[in-house]
Design a protein around this ligand. Structure first.
Ligand code: ZN
Length: 477
């Protein structure tokens, strides 16, 4: 039997004796506390709770219990190409996916990537993930994406996009609109629906038509904004002036924007999905949390794509702390000053990884914190075999800088145990492996060996070494 199913479904679950990061309004941290889950809800939080009849008890002592993490921007369809673009810049990514190879993805390839990404998400304690799905060339591709998201027991948002066409083209097609209406009718709190497209800054603002479709359908729009060389202030200004921005608008990256754009985002109530590892290595701009904090813009975190990076939010929290602090030190040093007290604390990135995501998705009332009555999306970090698992002195610091996906012991989504004792429950990983292998084989065959290798290993940039006056190469002469 390849599918791990040792936790009976439908029974109450009691996580006993963990350090509970509630992420509630006052960020209460409860040492040695219990979390009781009944049905799809958190039924009780406290010490010495009585286990109801038939409850499954999980020993959380020595571990940290936190709300399920929420990723607000991940191109899940690309996960079948895991790690392929490790040495890419954004330019190489655009060439490969937008111009050359993205069109070779068949519906079953989108499905394979989504299955793997979804399994990867819940395995890492990411209980809600926005599938920024811009590989949907046809409605058949979209059906395949949905099929995968309905197969893996996580919580997802399908953000529909199609990088092979302008948003004004695909969004106004009868095919898309019929699919969207079906999807909106079928939406529940496990699978929501949005639109995903970018606004290039063309003064004719052709994306206006897509915004109008979204308004007509009553669904949020997420855009890549402030991406160096791709999207800029004009896109924000036009969408704002046309009245399309509101608290449901999620701007991904928002890294190279003017103060005016940040003012517009802040005033409209929208939020920014920061993908620090992506911004640092692909080149969208400096990871913007330092600017977002100054403008009071709400933040959530994301991992962007596993074609470069791993889909866990531990990396996102860690790199975001590093980038924000790095910027603060660098700017101070340029003024001849020393930072003696940091602005961004570990507690804040844990908030962004949990509650920040819930707010961005309009789900703050029932996701993002461990409070009685909220949906039971819960993560237990505990790894008795790891020397990094103790002591836990500063629980936020532990989550942000010490923990990693291998420490994710138990995950609940909607009250259902989807990972237990470090193993996914009810996920057929060997079957996903077979589907992903077929996708890789198809792409490799379609591209041919040469293009495949060239795509993976772009030419290295020339670097020149500076002259060193202490190395006198002519000295011996
Ligand atoms: Zn992206």
């Amino acid at each position: 039997m390849s599918v791990h199913t040792d936790v009976p479904a439908g029974r109450p679950v009691l996580l006993r004796g963990g350090t509970v990061l509630t992420m509630d309004g006052t960020h209460q941290v409860l040492p040695a506390a219990d979390v009781l889950v009944e049905g799809d809800r958190i039924a009780a939080v406290g010490t010495g709770l009585t286990a109801p009849e038939g409850a499954v008890e999980i020993d959380a002592s020595g571990g940290v219990v936190l709300p399920g993490m929420i990723d607000t921007h991940r191109h899940m369809w690309q996960t079948a190409m895991r790690g392929y673009g490790a040495d890419w810049t954004l330019t190489q990514y655009f060439v490969w996916y937008y111009l050359e190879s993205g069109r070779h993805f068949r519906p079953q390839d989108v499905r394979a990537g989504n299955l793997l990404a979804a399994a990867e998400a819940i395995d890492a304690g990411v209980t809600t993930c926005v599938d920024w799905s811009h590989g949907l060339q046809t409605v058949e591709h979209a059906e395949a994406a949905v099929d995968a998201l309905r197969t893996i027991p996580g919580r997802f948002v399908l953000a529909y996009g199609n990088l092979q066409q302008g948003p004004w083209e695909w969004s106004t097609s009868a095919d898309f609109q019929a699919f969207a209406r079906r999807q909106i009718d079928a939406a529940d709190d496990r699978l929501a629906f949005q639109m995903a497209f970018d606004v290039t800054g063309d003064p004719a603002f052709p994306e206006k038509a897509a915004y109008e479709v979204a308004r007509e359908l009553g669904i949020p729009v997420t855009t890549h904004a402030g991406v160096w060389g791709a999207t800029n202030d004009d896109g924000i200004r036009m969408a704002h002036e046309a009245g399309f921005l509101d608290e449901t608008s999620v701007f991904v990256h928002a890294a190279t924007l003017s103060t005016d754009s940040y003012h517009r985002i802040a005033a409209s109530g929208g939020s920014v999905s920061v993908a620090t590892e992506s911004e640092q290595s692909a080149g969208q701009g400096y990871p913007p949390t330092w600017a977002l904090r100054a403008h009071g813009i709400p933040v959530s975190l994301s991992m962007d794509t596993s074609v470069w990076w791993s889909g866990d939010l531990f990396s996102a929290m860690r790199s975001t702390l590093g980038a924000d602090r790095s910027r603060e030190h660098l700017e101070a040093h340029a003024r001849g000053e020393t930072i003696t007290h940091l602005s961004l604390r570990a507690e804040q990135v844990v908030e962004w990884a949990t509650r920040g995501g819930a707010r961005a998705l309009g789900r703050d009332a029932d996701l993002g914190s461990i409070e009685v009555g909220k949906k039971a999306d819960v993560v237990l970090l505990k790894n008795e075999h790891s020397p990094v698992s103790f002591p836990i002195l500063n629980p936020y610091g532990h989550v942000a800088f010490q923990a990693q996906r291998g420490d994710v012991h138990t995950v609940l989504v909607d009250g259902q145990v989807v990972k237990h004792e470090h193993r996914l429950v009810g996920v057929d990983l060997p079957a996903i492996r077979r589907e992903v292998a077929q996708t890789v084989e198809h792409l490799q065959r379609t591209l041919g060996d040469e293009a495949w290798a060239k795509g993976m290993y772009p030419d290295r940039a020339k670097t020149s070494q500076v002259d060193n006056p202490y190395q006198y190469s002519d000295y011996r002469h």
